[in-house]
Ligand binder design. Sequence first.
Ligand code: GLN
Length: 298
Amino acid sequence: MSGAAATVAGLLHDATARLSDALGLERREARIEARALAVHAWGVETAWLIAHDTDRPSPAQAATFHALLEQRLAGRPVAYLTGIREFYGRAFAVGPDVLIPRPETELLVDEALGHLPPGRPLRVLDLGTGSGCVAVTLALERPQAIVTAVDRSPAALALARRNADALRAPVRFLLSDWFDAVAGERFDLIVGNPPYIAAADPHLGRGDVRFEPLAALASGDDGFADLRRIIRDAPAHLAAGGWLWLEHGFEQADGARRLLQEAGFHEVDTRADAAGLPRISGGRVSENFTDGRPCPKL
Ligand code: GLN
């Protein structure tokens, strides 16, 4: 570009080309990212970028945009640069202490909602809540539900609390290594998106994932360390007839179902995400028994 300041359209065009070259993004995806960075840098709406495409941003404005662009070109995820990611139609604050909410995790929410008939005060537990996106969404979609969310990372919990406050979601947050802080409590529904990637999986060294907390992603040599623990311990925390649903990797459905069956779950099943990949598995404890002991009849 010659001496004159670039237009909004020119800056976006240039950024799109660089993002797509540097990160191997499809043009469409690169354009969406360039716009997201501009929206954040200039504090405008996406519509403004289109309406003002022939405007010439000041050198300071262009510099702010380019500073963000350089960080993105170095690999930092857009959501960490803008501090926001949408999940189930709501904006969640995100940062490097938490996993960036994924669209496929909305499947876990859909499944959970199916087990939460509106108007009933059912007890829900979200394990490893991270940004709080699952717990907060369930609390807002089912105002009668009594939602507890745990995470063992104090920084994640602080962010989850911030999201719950901003979205006015009544969620009880507890610092807890899985079930540790809810000893003796039972829930009607337990959900979770635990870490499930094998520690040596090359996926961990690629793309956005490199910048996300490893503790939220990797789980032992086979990726099952946390799924195994959660499935083993869940029956002791489920009310009679209660459900457990967990997200897992697309190659882990058979393993997850086997673990659920071994732990005594019934109606064990798997659901596929929008891309057709088996993404969540779950099951139900018996109506009459919880963790092998007869349930006292009330
Ligand atoms: N689905 C995520 C990924 O592949 C991993 C999420 C998780 O480990 N819970 O990047």
